[in-house]
Design a protein around this ligand. Structure first.
Ligand SMILES: [Zn+2]
Length: 449
């Protein structure tokens, strides 16, 4: 060989339309750095890929050594004991970076000094195979939990990271200036910064536990996941021995106000908000919903509770647009505003269902896993009006004392449509619920306003 192969690019024999390529030409382009993995493709559709080096996972085992680490790194395919790859949706960006030659595919992270600055767990919930199924509690500081395996050369990556920060938020500064939140030098500093511990948690899904919680057969769940991801993960079908999947979705971030270890003490007052991402409102201040004002009220109250000797927690889930995505969400906004009679509270949920096929795809069944990671047994003040969230939290064994709805004066005018529709649909409120006739009169702006 070594001779140039002539490839006819469009079926014509015109010499100008022919390109010449040889294997050495392709190598010399060096667009893809030749790591070991790049030269050898293993199709996941083969079912004989179980290697003796693969460590077993005993989900719910009491100690990390018995549970076994989740190994999903790609530096040694023989030891992988999970489906998917680390970093959730960022996996795709990493692949693009490797393809462009900017990122070494065989890189192993140096985890020196990356460990959590505060102690979190272990809690009894970590070793309950039904309590936590959508994250890996032992993915926090694997350098401590799985030191012996790391020393043996296993490439075990953290899926949870903890750090400390200061928040600088306009609404919080306003609440300090209004006297609702005081400077104490510990939680709220003299320059109006708010001190927090923040925790990033990547999804690690234990498929048998997830199937059980959804009340479906594991085989059916695996088949539907395979089909609905366009066949992205053949191991759902070919490798029933692999029980853990790292899905390509966003992570969850938790902000803790006060001492993190107090979250697990039911005697210490806990104020918590479980918030689903709404980029338009949370970040950009779009006024069609109450997401940012409710989030800010939650942060203010969480900080205030911490100042009283309690603890506050804001869990932020990447479930944009009721987990239907922002494109669907914006289509729904237009459909709401263009319908006959305009955008009214009476038809709020209906228009979402028309566009998306469902009112809501968030599956709050797995949301409380995050709370169980922190050993939470009791929430004294729950900032959420959602019954789906409340039912999931209480159903998972956490006691809720008070439910706190958003104060009326924080609801933007255009968001009255959402708020009245939710109250009428049974969301938690202490305010009176409007009649069907009155709901028709709660109107949002026109599409061109
Ligand atoms: Zn929103």
């Amino acid at each position: 060989m070594g001779k140039a192969k002539r490839l006819n690019v469009d079926g014509l024999s015109n010499k100008k339309k022919l390109v010449s390529l040889s294997a050495s030409d392709i190598r010399s382009e060096k667009r893809i750095r030749p790591g070991k993995r790049n030269n050898h493709i293993i199709l996941a559709s083969h079912s004989n890929l179980k290697y003796k080096e693969m460590l077993p996972i005993d989900w719910g085992a009491k100690l990390p050594a018995a549970r076994g680490p989740v190994v999903a790194s790609l530096t040694n395919s023989k030891v992988r004991n999970a489906i998917g790859a680390h970093s959730g949706s960022y996996t795709v960006y990493r692949a693009m970076s490797i393809a462009s030659g900017k990122f070494p595919s065989q890189h192993k992270p140096d985890l020196n000094n990356t460990q959590s600055p505060v102690q979190i767990g272990p809690f009894p919930s970590w070793s309950d195979p039904t309590r936590i199924v959508s994250l890996d509690p032992w993915g926090l500081d694997p350098g401590v939990n799985f030191k012996n395996y790391l020393d043996e050369g296993y490439d075990i990556r953290p899926t949870i990271a903890v750090t400390q920060a200061h928040l600088q938020i306009g609404e919080i500064k306003d609440s300090i200036e209004a006297g609702r939140l005081k400077v104490d030098g510990k939680i709220v500093l003299a320059n109006h910064d708010v001190r927090v511990t923040k925790v990033a948690i990547e999804p690690v899904w234990f498929l048998p536990g997830m199937a059980k919680r959804l009340g479906v057969d594991e085989g059916d769940l695996r088949r539907i996941l395979f089909q609905e991801t366009g066949g992205m993960y053949p191991e759902f079908i070919t490798r029933p021995d692999l029980k853990v999947w790292l899905p390509p979705i966003g992570s969850t971030t938790v902000y803790i106000f006060g001492d993190a270890k107090n979250l697990a003490n039911p005697k210490i007052e806990l104020t918590a908000r479980v918030h689903d991402e709404c980029n338009g409102s949370d970040v950009f201040g779009s006024d069609i919903c109450t997401c940012r004002p409710y989030l800010m009220y939650g942060i203010e109250d969480a900080a205030r509770t911490a100042q009283k000797g309690g603890v506050g927690l804001i869990a932020y889930y990447r479930k944009e647009g009721r987990a239907l995505g922002e494109v669907t969400k914006f289509l729904v906004y237009n459909a709401r505003k263009r319908q006959e009679g305009g955008d009214t509270a009476a038809t709020y949920f209906h228009r979402t269902e028309c566009v998306a096929g469902t009112e809501d795809a968030r599956f709050q069944e797995f949301m409380p896993d995050i709370l169980h990671f922190f050993g939470i047994k009791k929430i004294h003040n729950l900032h959420s009006m959602s019954n789906m969230k409340y039912d999931a939290i209480v159903g998972s064994g956490i006691e809720v004392v008070n439910r706190i709805s958003i104060p009326d004066n924080l609801i933007p005018k255009d968001a009255q449509v959402e708020m009245e529709a939710k109250k009428a649909a049974g969301y938690f409120t202490v305010a009176p619920v409007k009649s069907e006739g009155a709901l028709k009169k709660v109107k949002g702006r026109q599409i061109d306003e």
